[in-house]
Design a protein. Structure first.
Length: 470
């Protein structure tokens, strides 16, 4: 993606509907039918949003890939997704938007397929299959009602559209008659300009983006984003100092947090709830029940849960979420991973936390070894596999350290006597997307291991004498 100034596009519901119909017509003319997949790997744009919705409203599954992936990384996912159509450049996207108008369902008949790596770093496509009209409305209303999208809204799209929330919030707005203003890529100065000029009513920012926005020298000391009725954040832990600073910039009810994953949504948290219980990510969303698996690791399923206001505070354990039928998902082509994620009507992504007596969830940690940097997931095993191939690298451990800007920064400890760290950095630049590349390298003599020789990744910072504030 070019580092140039982002483009800003305004898309109304009427214009979006026309473009979606043409996209649906072009996709049908290419021979795709309900259940087929079309892969997109492009920066955010009004055309991309309309192409994605045009596909989804005819039952064709959009596969949204990270636009910053290298060609090799992208092609691995494409091989897994087996799309019938690939849209990887502006010319191909323009062709999709030039089709004959076609009929559309009222709501998307499927969710876009996004890739979410597991604890091993192996990418898995999260898919919902195809819904009938009734189920499609249930799915749509679940999200749109949560945030109250309506025809009077103007939503600012800052996060890239290969993030699930960007499509969810934008679709909820335009399909309820509202408009969206779309940044092709995030830039804090550009976002501030949009807030000032277009005065959106809703926006979503990951904490890193929020931090950059509030750090702008051009932002007045008493300037407020008064047009926003909703400023939502998620994707990474938000430092309390940053959250309180953001609260001073918006109307008191506006700053909401939610907790979810590519696989599904768990909680929502109003500013009042967070102020009363600092650190919480809220209570279960409507139709869902949170429970905590026995910390002892009982294999019989979730054993500690909160189903009423008188329940006791749970211990720390794996978070499970019981969901309504419309919220089910599977991992594309991976039955074993799908079975492991579900226990009856409850699923887990492996995060850990605890519930208080009123049902408020507090996160203790993310998926095993997962790094969340700037709201984007990075899996150490994937980065380690690349760095380990550099000649002279004997062993490597990728881990996270706290970072005021990114939430967490990706770090790499490398064992390689006489190895020039610039060589390792160059290999990462060639083979890894920018967000996956370590921001800090450390040449070390050894790394911590278990008695059986397994790398103790979580013990690496302590082993190297790195404190939490380093």
């Amino acid at each position: 993606m070019s580092p140039s100034t982002p483009t800003v596009e305004l898309l109304t519901a009427a214009d979006a509907e026309n473009r979606q119909r043409r996209a649906a017509g072009a996709i049908a003319a290419a021979g795709l039918v309900s259940g087929n997949r079309v892969a997109f790997c492009l920066p955010s744009s009004a055309d991309l949003l309309c192409a994605v919705l045009g596909a989804a409203r005819t039952g064709v599954i959009p596969v949204l890939l990270n636009a910053t992936l290298t060609a090799g990384e992208r092609d691995l996912l494409v091989a897994d997704a087996e799309p019938s159509l690939r849209v990887f450049d502006r010319a191909a996207l323009a062709a999709v938007l030039a089709g004959p108008p076609a009929d559309l369902a009222q709501y998307p008949l499927t969710r876009p397929m996004h890739y979410s790596s597991g604890t091993t770093g192996h990418p898995k496509g999260v898919t919902t299959g195809i819904w009938d009209d009734r189920r499609a409305q249930e799915v749509f209303d679940d999200e749109a009602d949560q945030w109250g999208f309506d025809a009077g809204d103007l939503h600012m799209v800052c996060s890239p559209m290969y993030h699930t929330v960007s499509i969810r919030f934008a679709a909820g707005t335009v399909l309820r008659g509202g408009s969206v203003v779309i940044l092709s890529q995030y830039d804090a100065s550009c976002a501030l300009g949009v807030l000032r000029q277009h005065r959106p009513t809703t926006a979503f920012l990951v904490p890193t983006h929020l931090q950059r926005l509030l750090a702008l020298a051009d932002l007045g000391a008493d300037e407020r984003f008064g047009s926003l009725r909703l400023l939502a954040h998620a994707g990474a832990p938000c430092p309390p100092v940053l959250k309180r600073a953001a609260m001073t910039r918006v109307a008191p009810p506006a700053l909401w947090e939610f907790y979810g994953a590519t696989e599904g949504q768990f909680t929502a948290c109003s500013p009042e709830e967070w102020l009363a219980r600092p650190g919480t990510v809220g209570r279960a969303r409507p139709g869902r029940v949170l429970s905590i698996e026995d910390p002892a690791g009982d294999d019989d399923g979730p054993s500690l849960g909160l189903r009423g206001p008188r329940a006791e505070t749970t211990g720390v354990g794996t978070i499970w979420c019981t969901v309504p039928p419309f919220a089910r998902f599977s991992y594309f082509g991976d039955e074993a991973a799908t079975l492991a994620a579900w226990r009856g009507d409850a699923f887990s992504v492996g995060d850990v936390g605890h519930l208080d007596a009123q049902g408020y969830l507090f996160l203790s940690g993310r998926r095993h070894d997962l790094i969340i940097t700037g709201g984007v997931n990075v899996y150490p095993a994937e980065v380690e596999a690349v760095l380990a191939e550099v000649p002279g690298v004997a062993e490597v451990a990728v881990f996270a350290l706290p970072d005021e800007t990114w939430g967490q920064r990706v770090c790499a400890a490398v064992v390689g006597p006489g190895l020039d760290i610039a060589t390792v950095r160059a290999e990462a630049s060639q083979r890894l997307a920018p967000y996956k590349r370590p921001k800090q390298y450390l040449m070390v003599a050894d790394l911590p291991h278990t008695a059986t020789g397994k790398l103790l990744r979580r013990a690496v910072p302590e082993h190297l004498g790195l404190g939490t504030d380093d």
